[in-house]
Write a protein that binds this ligand. Structure first.
Ligand SMILES: C[S@@+](CC[C@H](N)C(=O)[O-])C[C@H]1O[C@@H](n2cnc3c(N)ncnc32)[C@H](O)[C@@H]1O
Length: 363
């Protein structure tokens, strides 16, 4: 067994224990810790939906890094073994398994790895639907490791099922503060198929403001906020968006195109240094890493936002009401007030002060 770097996620450690089960050209779908590649003997394809992880995968020689389900490097019939790590959202597993079937050559094998708390027990049913011979290889590191050989429908002969992410795209209607729009969805995206309650409270607060452009929507998800602002301002505002997740970037571009929004959507882990300066920044920011509450992403975003928000510019964000954002906004942006609140969420508004003063607690 290869050397296992300390603190590698359980699912990655479970793969390293079972490497002989994954011979030949290898694809890894859903790498969350790039150090896994250092522990593997050969190269292959490493797929992620996270733009920050992608940057670290790209520097590994011998490995081809792929970002999201429309990456041009996802070639059919090209792999002998495909490892599927359980995604955070169960709905996305279907997508990962379909991609695995697309990548595998005839007779290749899929290896599904996940923890009990990630829902591996239920996921095995999905694996067996495509590979009825699937067997459990191992139970270790709180994970189960399953392996099967996907059968191809006879009618298909040796040809592989084409994988087209466009076929997985769905549309739903969103209505908030008198504005109706259509929003794109894909498995794994935040609040797929419905308007999030926090986002709704944010939109209702924005409806009462006279915002200036250009606007940036940080952590834009499917592009709901930008498309809503475009419609609400009758096309007056240009709204850029950034998100770390490949499905979000794809959906936001689709949502923008359908609504005719002026603005660019880009993939970024945090606010990109090359982003311009905005009169307004809006956000329903992330506060989870997996299942744990994690304020570090929003703290980093607010630190970065100082540089991208014009003096006297507005920053409006919604957050779960138990999160201590007022203090962070005061510290990094300027005077902060609560615009609205309900039993779950609070909408904050901060106006950027002339010069940002830091208390000596700054690191
Ligand atoms: C609470 S959701 C909000 C999505 C959307 N704005 C809405 O209201 O429907 C947070 C979003 O943050 C994105 N995200 C998480 N970490 C990020 C990071 N480091 N940089 C940029 N976006 C991130 C997630 O992919 C997710 O789409």
């Amino acid at each position: 067994m290869p050397d296992i770097p300390p603190l590698l996620p359980n699912s990655h450690q479970a793969l390293l224990r079972n490497l002989p089960a994954a011979p030949g050209r290898l694809a890894l779908l859903g790498v969350t810790d790039p150090r896994l590649l250092m522990a593997l003997p050969g190269g292959g394809l490493a797929f992620t939906e996270h733009y920050g992880v992608l940057q670290q995968l790209k520097v590994r020689p011998d490995w081809q890094a792929a970002f999201g389900y429309e990456d041009p490097g996802l070639m059919p019939d090209s792999m002998d073994s495909v490892v599927v790590f359980m995604p955070k959202a169960r709905s996305e597993l279907t997508l990962r398994l379909a991609l695995a079937a697309h990548l595998l050559r005839e007779g290749g094998r899929v290896i599904l790895i996940g923890e009990k708390r990630e829902g591996i027990a239920g996921a095995v049913k999905q694996l067996k639907a495509m590979a009825s011979d699937a067997v459990k290889l191992d139970s270790a590191r709180h994970c189960q490791v399953w392996m099967g050989e996907p059968q191809r429908p006879e009618s298909m002969g040796p040809a592989v099922a084409a994988f087209d992410i466009g076929q997985w795209l769905s549309w739903h209607q969103v209505e908030a503060a008198g504005v109706t729009l259509e929003v794109a969805g894909l498995p794994g995206i935040f609040s797929e198929g419905r308007l999030d309650d926090g986002t709704r409270l944010l939109l209702e607060a924005l409806a009462d403001m006279d915002l200036s452009g250009p606007v940036l929507d940080f952590a834009c998800g499917a592009g709901t906020i930008g498309a809503w602002l475009h419609c609400h301002s009758a096309g007056r505002l240009a709204i850029d968006g950034v998100d770390v997740q490949a499905q979000a970037v794809l959906c936001a571009r689709q949502t923008y195109e359908r609504a005719g929004v002026k603005g660019e959507i880009r993939a970024s882990d945090g606010l990109p240094a090359e982003a311009g300066r905005y009169a307004t920044i809006v956000s329903n920011p992330p506060f989870h890493t997996g299942v744990k509450t994690d304020l570090s992403m929003t703290t980093r975003f607010l630190q970065q936002a100082e540089k991208h928000l014009a003096v006297r510019g507005d920053l409006v964000l919604v957050a779960n009401r138990f999160l201590p954002y007022a203090e962070l906004l005061e510290k990094h942006i300027g005077a902060c007030r609560v615009l609205s609140s309900n039993d779950r969420y609070t909408v904050y508004h901060a106006c950027r002060r002339l010069a940002v003063r830091h208390r000596n607690t700054d690191g």
